[in-house]
Design a protein around this ligand. Sequence first.
Ligand code: NAP
Length: 284
Amino acid sequence: MAIVISGKEVSAKVRADVKKECDELKAKGIAPGLAVIIVGDDPASRVYVNNKKKACADVGFVSEEYALPAETTQEELMALIDKLNSRPEINGILCQLPLPKHLDEKAVINAISPIKDVDAFHPSNVGRIMIGDYHFLPCTPAGVMELIHYAGIDVSGKSCVVIGRSNIVGKPMAMLLMHENGTVTVCHTKTKNTAELCRSADIIIASVGRPKFLTADMVKEGAVVIDVGINRDENGKLCGDVDYEPVAAKASYITPVPGGVGPMTIAMLMKNTLMAAKIQNGLA
Ligand code: NAP
């Protein structure tokens, strides 16, 4: 039976470390600040933004929320980002995605100053990750790496399969595993033999967005299985991309949903915001 890597436990540790460093910064007169922009009234986005605000309060950051109406224009949104870019007490800026259809997400990502881009979505930060010279890592893949490190799993020389190639999870995930000397295969909808590739993997990262996609017959005995998915099953119950019980019976390590990668994403956002505050105050 697999050892369960608890994201609740690891994220609590990351947040406690951030809080400690935040207290030290405050003693020097620096209060890290995060601005969170939400446009429209998507209920899932609202939950994410509330959780981010609460996490900021818990670690001692100042947070500002900008809840804009769904009909906000591109110009209005860009003007707000410009203003936040120029305010020294705001160290991190994030705009909750997805945005309403009439807004240009790419332009918004490009407008956030790379040094305040705590989601690490700006092309300049993406490029820096590619060459292994970065300040910020995208929160979800960084959270996965934190779980892997915490469990004492050595990626070097391992055969890794990442299922999914999105810009926010799959692609940077593959890059981070490669930086740690994993041999990485990325699967997507055009991959012909995903099951076979998974069966030969030492480490599988499931970031597909399909309930219980990774079944036990796709996993070799003793593999490490990390489940990034957040889905609802046929009964409306929260579940990951992994068919948990049967896969846990074969894997050496596994992450649950909920309580696995999910809590890590916000913890890593706090870590990035702390880093942004340190950089902008000449301390990193
Ligand atoms: P996404 O943008 O929809 O990407 C899904 C990826 O999976 C795509 O690359 C897609 O391939 C691939 N895929 C879909 N069906 C497949 C199949 N049958 N075989 C192989 N590959 C397949 O999703 P995402 O944003 O990366 O998120 C993935 C999951 O992680 C979602 O459940 C999301 O809710 C969750 N998530 C969790 C967190 C967290 O904090 N835990 C954060 C972000 C996302 P194509 O490129 O060919 O379409």
